[in-house]
Design a protein around this ligand. Sequence first.
Ligand SMILES: [Zn+2]
Length: 79
Amino acid sequence: MDAFALVPPEWTKSAGHALNFCCPNCQAVPAKAQSVWLNRRAPVSVANKRKYQEFYQCNCGTAWWGWSDDRPPSELSDT
Ligand SMILES: [Zn+2]
């Protein structure tokens, strides 16, 4: 699975926007997702900040996405 692939994976088409940046079905955190895809081709500029959609496929089978700037800072980028 290439998180930076140019073509969106099939499972992203059924993804819903998760406002809490976790699985809307089982509340699993994105670090536990089985697949990730980042929509870097289509960033959105808001107040001079660029953000993009991050798609996650949870182990429970639910696909969801959140804005990159909504991700809790300590979850994934603290390595
Ligand atoms: Zn889930």
